[in-house]
Design a binder for this molecule. Sequence first.
Ligand code: FES
Ligand SMILES: [Fe+2]
Length: 421
Amino acid sequence: MNDQSTDWKRPGATTLTEAAGLSTGPVSMEPYRSTEFFELERSRIFGRTWLMMGRVEEIASPGDFVVKKVEVCGASVLVTRAKDGRVQVFHNVCSHRGNLVVLDQSGSGSRFVCRYHNWTYGNDGRLIGVPDEATFFNLDKKKCGLTPIATEVWEGWIFINLSRTPEVSLAEYLGNFGEYLKGVDYVAADSPVVFTAELDCNWKVMSDAFSESYHIPAIHQKTIGSTFASRSNPFAHLLNARVFGAHRMCSMFGNSQYESLDSSKVEKLGQNAMETTNVITAVDTSLVANFLDHPAVNPTRTADWSLDINQVFPNTQIDFGQGGFFTHQYWPISVNKTRYESRFYVARPTNAVERFRVEQYIARVCEVILEDTTNVVATQIGLESRGKDFMQLQDNEIMLRHSTYMAEKWVAAETVAEAMA
Ligand code: FES
Ligand SMILES: [Fe+2]
């Protein structure tokens, strides 16, 4: 590795794992392969937690809508912005005979027409038109609007809860994690580059792959190995990690002395065009100054910093890097199938240099994600072989330990209050 960093050591005597109050023993593999456990996750985790549906910028103007799938709960969800600017979310299901009303993934308009028999709804969910209405029997149109889903917006993030009556508000659910992340300046929030893939693995295998840096010097050796590790921190030890109830964060080391190899001519060109030495960013720091100022962004204020992973339980990461923020989401389809969706928010380029940086950044992100996604399937096959029953986790894998602990806790809990106790 071509670095000059001084010796790096995380301050503090205890391990991150012990400081978070977690046990240090081996961790069961059953939550990753048991169909019974998955059925309980369906109802007890995804059926009653607050789930992130996207940002308000996706539906910026009145009439804008997006349709999202929540396969694990069998739901098709219609996220709308009504005339008065309110964000509302409905089950995308027709009151007539249950057809899906909106088949487009996104769009804009003042009404939704179910194509089966043309029942028509306003974008506030009201049923406003029924062809041949007189032939129905005492049809009460007021009671036949789209079914609303509990919706709350926090810091520009739209959340839903698929319980008919959520046991806790979103603010209560996020608790001190919501406070910790309050006021972040989400730059370029209207301009994401989106990656999606369906992968043959449990949703937690996918989440784990983006929750620790121990794997980076190994599996990402040729891409970001030398940016997340250095001679002084060869195993990419974390800068910090904290748990916030069911939620968690970790802060990852970044090699501030990283320099592209002379043989990597394109990367070198990109690096020379940037203020930072980090090739996993697309913008100058001046564009993200307010964002970088926030105490939850690089919370240890370490020069050798790369990323913060902020995981909102169960399946959403809102991650921070030197160039802004990005999200990963892991949507279960079955015990061993997951829809992965990530969004990298980058300011739209205004000149050729900026365009080059963005292209280089996105190309690098693609390479790294492919290294992760081609490996997760092998992990699932290994887990399902039942050749092993327990994982051996080290201190820097604290996020995984907390993830399985929380999944087990929520699955065992009869009520949300019990899960959150
Ligand atoms: S099912 Fe929608 S109009 Fe008939
Ligand atoms: Fe990775």
